[in-house]
Design a protein around this ligand. Sequence first.
Ligand SMILES: *Cc1c(COP(=O)(O)O)cnc(C)c1O
Length: 374
Amino acid sequence: MANALRGEPGRQPDSAPRPRPGVLNIPPYVAGRSAAPGGAKPIKLSSNECALGASQKAMAALRDAAADLHRYPDSAATALRVAIGAFHGVEADRLVCGDGSDELLHLLVQGYAGPGDEVLYSEHGFVVYPMVAQAVGATPVRCAEVNCRIDVDAMLAKVNPRTRVVFVANPNSTGTYIPQADVERLRSKLPADVLLVLDAAYAEFVEAHDYEPGIAMVRATNNTVMTRTFSKAFGLAGVRLGWAYCPPAIAEVLNRLRAPFNVTLPAQRAGVAALEDREFFAAVRAHNGKWRPWLEKELVALGLDPVPSVANFVLTRFPGGAAQANAANAHLTKRGVLVREMTAYGLGDCLRITVGREDELKALVAGLKDFLGK
Ligand SMILES: *Cc1c(COP(=O)(O)O)cnc(C)c1O
C-alpha cells in the first residue's frame, strides 16, 4: 500500500493531474451580486431575473414534483418539448432542452469547434461565449460593436477559414437588437459550413416589428440554431432551463453530447406549467413595457446616458466614466441596491440595471439621485 501511494517509480512524488492546456486561462464567471452588506435583504437588479417572480402555477408544479423525486426525469423531456412547440409554433422534434441555455451554448461549441478553430462573438456580447470557446480549446475572436450594437460587417470582416461558430446575442447583453434583415445579411454572407447561434434569451420582451428571434431562419437553413431560456421572462432562473431550436442534424449532435438526464424532473414540470400560465406571461411583458421606458426616462433626467433597450434591463453610461460608475455602484450597494458592474463586458463606465418591481426601481432611482446630489 505504501508503494501504491507513492505512485509509479520515475514519477515526480509531488506530481498531480494537470488540466488540458488553456483550461486555466478561462476567466471565472462573475455572476450578478446577490448579497447586501450587513445581511439585509437586497434589492437585486443585477441578473435580469423576472421582476414578477415566478408563476404561481410553476411553483405549484414544482411542489407537486417533490412526490416523484426518486424517479429519473424523462431523458427526452417530451412533454416539455411538446409544450414549447405549441407555445412558440415550432416542431418539438427539433428542440433540445438544456440545463439552462448556458449548457446548450457549451454543447454547440463542443460539437462544432475545437483547438485551432475560431469562435466569433461581438464586443459586448454575453461573457459566456469566449468561455465556452476556451473550454474546448478554440480561440474566441471579438468583433467590434457600434454604440453597443452588433455590427454585421465587423463580424463578417473577422471570418476566415478557421471560423466555425458565430454567436449573436439578439437582443444583445447591452439591450440593443439588430433587425431580421441584418441577421439575414449576416447569415447569407457567412460560409455555409459556419454555425450561426442566435441567442434570443430576451426575445419575449421585444416589441419591435422588424425583430425576429431566429425561428424563421432556423426553419429555412441547415446551419443556424436559436437558443432560448426560461430564466428571464418565465421567471425560472433557479431551476435552470433552456432550449435550442435546431436543424435536425444539429439536434442529433446535441442529443449525443448532452448528459442523458441533463434537465431535472422538477425543471421539466415547472417549465410546462410556466408555459400554461399565459396570464402571468402577459403580466410580465406588460410590466416590462411600462417600467423599462420609465426607468430610461428617469436615468436621462438624472443626466445619465442609457443605451436604448428592448430587453428587461437598461445599460446606462456615466458621463464621469468608470470612476463615477464605480462610485455610484458602491453608493447603491450601501443602500442595499445591487446592479451589474460591467467591466467584464468592457463597459467599465456603465452599470446595468434590471427592470425590477416598481418599489425596487423607485429605490434605485432614489439612490442614484442621492449619489448625484440631485
Ligand atoms: C441570461 C442569458 C442567457 C440565459 O442563460 P440561462 O443559462 O438559460 O440562464 C443566455 N444568453 C444571454 C445573453 C443571457 O443574458
